[in-house]
Design a protein around this ligand. Structure first.
Ligand code: FE2
Length: 470
């Protein structure tokens, strides 16, 4: 639990503020004066000191000054509670390393915001100050070095190098410099990869409206006119940096969510693939004579799709559709499917129904509506004499035309219970004979090329081997 020491001489303020902080889950100790505060701090460790500026026994600023002289307390995070807004006080507080101010009477939401921000452990932010006048650079370093790590560059070129090498959190840029001026530096920063979100605040003595408009038009984050009041400039820089942190964490959050979504999509894709393969296995198991047929047809279809210039995604889709092209056989009597001899007219009519049955089964999968296409139309013929709908030519979905060629190639090139695989030359002749009548000529040509490239007639044996082992 983080520990806070709260110092205020007003009893009511002390009570209210302590209550809010305790509600937030912090351990809170209290002191009502400066001397008591220093005494407690010497004995106990705290993560944050909330210190009233006006205490009865000594001023809060004096208390902080004394605390900073104690080596162990030099870095203690301090936030001031103040009813006034004297510039001198605020400047002095910043010089002593105060992180922030909370105006009294304390508003709970403001207190919560400031305390939470103060307790966030983050490394000191790095500011790159760019100015070609050494005196200005030194002043900037002195002012802002109280709270930030300030690095410097005395020219645009040097600034760009330091931005690349040291990756500052913010750039304080002088407008008028010899050589590359501020606007050009800004343009070059925007052109640098990974620097689109780097805040650039201009510091310039030109405070006229035109200059201001020009600077913002060029994409600057903010503009501080010289001479400036340190605490005001400091507050503006703090706000710019807070905004940057918010943007960065939002960006990180979006990245994380996108990655989680990507993983979830991949898991869904894997699951769909597994379900499709399991279903294809169930179809093939029903007809042991053609075991592995679905997987081989899917492989040939994918190869044909590749030859036809389809993308990887399309090839994957065609593979899945082809895997399930005969799913309707689940609804056909097993003795008809397993009958080795010639089928009767009625049996043939029954087996033809596997196209429509398959279509009906797969149509229920609304998330992958294309799955049903292969099942219904893979027995259509290019000349319109196929079944179940007698579609012709380009009316037959291309996926079904591809599966049709792959299906016939596998039927001829695989061993059956009643015959060996047909010879490659015979298979080639049949594909050629069916070109333009049974098959889409383009797809038949693609298959002929695949056959011609397969000089040892090994293609038929390889496809689906992996799945045939089971
Ligand atoms: Fe079929």
């Amino acid at each position: 639990m983080e520990r806070i020491l709260l110092v205020d001489d007003d009893e009511m303020n002390l009570m209210v503020t302590e209550m809010i902080l305790s509600e937030m889950g912090y351990h809170v100790d209290t002191a009502s004066g400066g001397a008591e505060c220093i005494d407690i701090l010497q004995k106990e460790d705290y993560d944050l000191l909330l210190l009233d500026v006006e205490l009865l026994d000594m001023r809060g600023l004096k208390v902080l000054e004394q605390i900073r002289e104690i080596p162990r307390l030099r870095e203690i995070k301090t936030v001031f509670l103040t009813a006034s807004s004297h510039r001198e006080d605020m400047t002095e507080a910043l010089r002593l390393g105060a992180i922030d101010f909370v105006r009294k009477p304390v508003l709970p939401e403001k207190l919560i915001e400031v305390v939470r921000n103060a307790l966030v452990e983050r490394p000191k932010e790095v500011i790159l100050a760019v100015d070609d006048e050494p005196m200005s650079l030194m002043a900037t370093r002195n002012f802002f070095g109280i709270r930030y790590d300030v690095i410097t560059a005395s020219s645009g070129e040097e600034a760009l190098t330091k931005i690349r090498e040291e990756k500052p959190d913010l750039v304080l840029l002088d407008l008028h410099m010899d050589g590359m001026d501020g606007l050009e530096v800004l343009q070059r920063i925007h052109d640098t990869e990974g620097c689109d979100n780097l805040p650039v605040v201009f510091l310039t003595a030109d405070s006229d409206e035109d200059t201001e408009a020009e600077i913002f038009k060029a994409g600057a984050t903010d503009f501080i006119a010289k001479p400036f009041v340190v605490q005001v400039a400091m507050q503006r820089i703090r706000r710019v940096l807070q905004l940057k942190h918010l943007q960065d964490s939002l960006h990180e959050e979006v990245e994380k969510k996108t990655e989680a979504l990507r993983e979830s999509n991949q898991r869904m894709k894997n699951l769909s693939g597994q379900v499709i393969r399991a279903l294809a296995g169930a179809i093939d198991a029903k007809d042991p004579y053609t075991n592995g047929h679905s997987v081989r047809v899917a492989e040939y279809s994918k190869k044909l799709a590749k030859k036809l210039g389809k993308t990887n995604e399309e090839m994957e889709e065609i593979y899945n559709i082809a895997l399930l092209h005969d799913v309707g056989k689940i609804g056909v009597a097993i003795d008809i499917i397993r009958k080795p001899g010639r089928l009767s007219h009625q049996e043939y009519e029954d087996i033809k129904k596997h196209t429509v049955i398959g279509y009906e089964i797969l149509s229920t999968i609304s998330e992958m509506s294309s799955l049903a296409i292969g099942a219904r139309w893979h027995h259509e013929r290019y000349d319109g004499t196929g079944y179940p709908d007698g579609k012709a030519g380009e009316d037959i979905p291309e996926i079904a035309r591809i599966i049709c060629v792959a299906d016939c190639y596998d039927a001829m090139s695989s061993d059956r219970s009643y015959r060996e695989a047909l010879s490659q030359s015979f298979v080639r002749e049949e594909i050629l004979r069916g070109k333009g009548t049974q098959f889409d000529p383009k797809i038949a040509d693609a298959m002929l090329e695949m056959i011609d490239a397969d000089t040892e007639y090994t293609m038929r044996g390889r496809c689906g081997d992996e799945n045939n082992r089971t």
